[in-house]
Design a protein around this ligand. Sequence first.
Ligand SMILES: C[S@@+](CC[C@H](N)C(=O)[O-])C[C@H]1O[C@@H](n2cnc3c(N)ncnc32)[C@H](O)[C@@H]1O
Length: 218
Amino acid sequence: MTDFQKLSTYAAAFIHPENDVLARMEEEARQVYIPIMEKSSIAFLQQLIRWRNVKRILELGTAIGYSAIKMRIAAGPNAKIVTIERDREMIDEAVKNIQKLRFEDSIQIVSGDAMDELEPVAELAPYDLILIDAAKAQYERLFLKYTRYIEPGGMIVVDNVFFHGLVCNLDGIKKRQLHGLVRKVDHFNHFLSERDEFDTVFLTVGDGLAVSTKKPLP
Ligand SMILES: C[S@@+](CC[C@H](N)C(=O)[O-])C[C@H]1O[C@@H](n2cnc3c(N)ncnc32)[C@H](O)[C@@H]1O
């Protein structure tokens, strides 16, 4: 069998950052372990945004603004991206990065916990696409909370649904806390696949992407 990890690394090597700011962000994230999206995952998301002419995007989990900037590049100058982050230091970094590219008119960072009611989020709804890339333990609650902000045809994309492959190896995880977290992600994947109001596909891209499209009303 082909080594999936090897193949992923091979494919990711073809993806190059669009500008120096992104190149530096990738390097910084690698050096200080900031968990930005994997190259192939964000590249796929950029294609999805182009295919579907996505303009209004909500992101849960900004970190240093890497995926928000990448999505903005794919969606073009008319894009409106709202991105939620609760960590002050991350927000400060993201603001700087967004300013370097003069994207502040199209990317709005909302400071706070995505589990709370955050006013600017409702203002731009409905969204064409919601990216969930926040705390894994909260995936199910975040999904349930934010479905109201998309209409039929709208998409919810969730990153890291394979949890470094651990979802296939639950019994082999010895650390209790990690086991609990992976079980939650596995449970979330089942929950997602059982949502009648969505069509969902799980993609073996990067660390696993779930793409769910809201079905038309019956
Ligand atoms: C995986 S990183 C996001 C990476 C980013 N999407 C990228 O690819 O550039 C997750 C981020 O979500 C934030 N986060 C986690 N749970 C959150 C929540 N409930 N509300 C707001 N931010 C959250 C963390 O502080 C962290 O910066």
